[in-house]
Design a protein around this ligand. Structure first.
Ligand code: UD1
Length: 427
């Protein structure tokens, strides 16, 4: 098992790094390649564990995948299986995104219940409901779900909630359905716009992504294409907070500032200035106190749930009391307990955390909860804490961040990867 050691916190980060391609954009786009038998080239794919699992799924279906640095070549011509192996499904919830492409291309899919971060129950009922509305039939037995449809039919689908994965999955299936599908109350995340752009490069006919109504005119045939995924707005937000919490100066390249509006608004409210120049963001240093915040997570363009844990780390050092409400996931406050071990004063009541700022955090031995942004929050706290911090169980951090330790080192952090017995790792 691997861990992260921060040898000495309280050191202002300084320097510049390039933000990686978006994990959450790359995952549905990789799944989309299954829709058409062909050879695809994707660029700016981050090297991290969730992407590796996606690669494994493609290979298990019969695809060929080669990754060279941040570019990935995917050949889906030989895909002949419609079943996602249970052990891969358990590793990553996003494997559910193969449901739309497999139903769209083969009219069949077989999966088990997905896994992923432990942040409360994450059912797939809305995905199934959407495909049922498109005339697919489902059967459940022995923990497996099998779906069938001789031809998905375009329909009007009104989502109960703007779920990101459900919106993407229905777009994927609808791209090869017969007729027109309209998704209402669709999620509006930038990753959905990127998926629309990719699918349209494949010859699909989709518009409206980025609004709450997406219209997909199904096509009989699609084609292979080449695509570069958008920058990762959550990685960018995490590094801005690393700069803020250490009172440093951090410059990030390869960012689309409009994708970070809610995050930037809260950083500003907390008392930090961010300079925006084209695709570059610079968090400027300040000696002023950190203002407490009221944060409510919401679907995009509201404040992202994926930035909630990192802001909790920053608020632990604010002057005053912050209120953080989690409205997307039921159980996404596990980082609070570990932050408390570092001296934070946090009370969690249901889905709300009351964070009473303290003057200082102290380095400690903490365990990353099985949720990747929670792990990132502990890294931020460690960077700001006095002395040494060791974070164990970091597999989930590695699921979502490309070379987090390397990038923090490039900004001057005294941080290293360690094996579980405390030795430095060289790989
Ligand atoms: C995606 C992101 C994740 C982010 C989340 C919310 C990817 C790979 N992951 O996850 O990083 O935190 O959006 O912005 O893009 N729900 C149901 N039934 C369903 C589907 C969802 O009840 O069938 C519930 C979930 O349990 C959750 C809420 O809806 O409480 C939102 O989930 P959703 O937007 O679907 O998130 P994901 O697509 O899983």
């Amino acid at each position: 098992m691997e861990g992260i050691r921060i040898l000495k916190g309280e050191k202002p980060l300084q320097g510049e790094i390039k933000i990686s391609g978006s994990k959450n954009a790359a995952l549905p786009i990789m799944a989309a390649t299954v829709l058409h038998p062909g050879e695809f080239i994707l660029h700016d794919i981050p090297v991290l564990k969730d992407i590796a699992v996606m690669r494994e799924v493609l290979i298990s279906l019969g695809g060929r995948v080669e990754q060279r640095g941040n570019s990935i070549f995917i050949d889906t011509r030989q895909i002949d299986s419609i079943e996602i192996p249970d052990q891969l499904m358990r590793k990553m919830r996003a494997s559910i995104l193969f449901m739309g492409p497999l139903l769209g291309r083969f009219g069949k899919v077989r999966i088990s219940q997905p896994g992923g971060c432990s942040i409360g129950p994450r059912p797939i009922d809305w995905h199934i409901k959407g495909f049922k509305q498109m005339d697919a039939v489902f059967q459940e037995s022995h923990g497996f779900i099998a779906g069938k449809s001789s031809q998905l039919q375009g329909k009007e689908i009104h989502l109960d909630f703007p779920s990101v994965g459900t919106t993407e999955n229905i777009m994927l299936g609808a791209a090869r359905a017969q007729g027109v599908t309209v998704i209402r109350n669709a999620a509006r995340e930038p990753e959905i716009v990127d998926l629309q752009n990719f699918l349209n490069s494949m010859g699909a006919d989709i518009f409206g992504a980025g609004t709450d109504m997406i219209k997909i005119s199904g096509q009989k045939t699609l084609k292979a294409c080449e695509h570069t995924v958008i920058p990762d707005r959550i990685e960018a937000g995490t590094f801005l907070l690393a700069g803020a919490i250490t009172r440093g100066e951090v410059k990030l390249h390869n960012v689309i500032p409009e994708h970070l509006e809610a995050t930037l608004a809260k950083i500003d409210e907390a008392g930090f200035k961010v300079r925006v120049e084209g695709e570059t963001l610079t968090l400027l240093p300040t000696d002023e106190k950190i203002n407490p915040l009221e944060i409510k997570t919401q679907p995009y363009p509201g404040f992202p749930t994926d930035m909630q844990p990192q802001f909790m780390a920053l608020m632990a050092l604010a002057e005053g009391t912050s209120l953080i409400s989690e409205n997307i996931f039921e159980n996404r406050m596990k980082h609070a307990e570990e932050l408390k071990r570092m001296g934070a004063r946090i009370r969690v009541e249901g889905r709300t955390a009351i964070v009473q700022g303290v003057d200082r955090l102290f380095g400690a031995f903490v365990e990353s909860p099985p949720a990747l942004r929670a792990g990132a929050a502990l890294v931020l706290a460690g960077l700001a804490a006095e002395g040494e911090t060791v974070i164990t169980d970091i597999e989930h951090i590695q699921r979502g961040y490309e070379d987090l330790v390397g990038k923090m080192k490039a900004l001057g952090a005294e941080i290293e990867l360690i094996s579980v017995n405390g030795e430095e790792k060289n790989d």
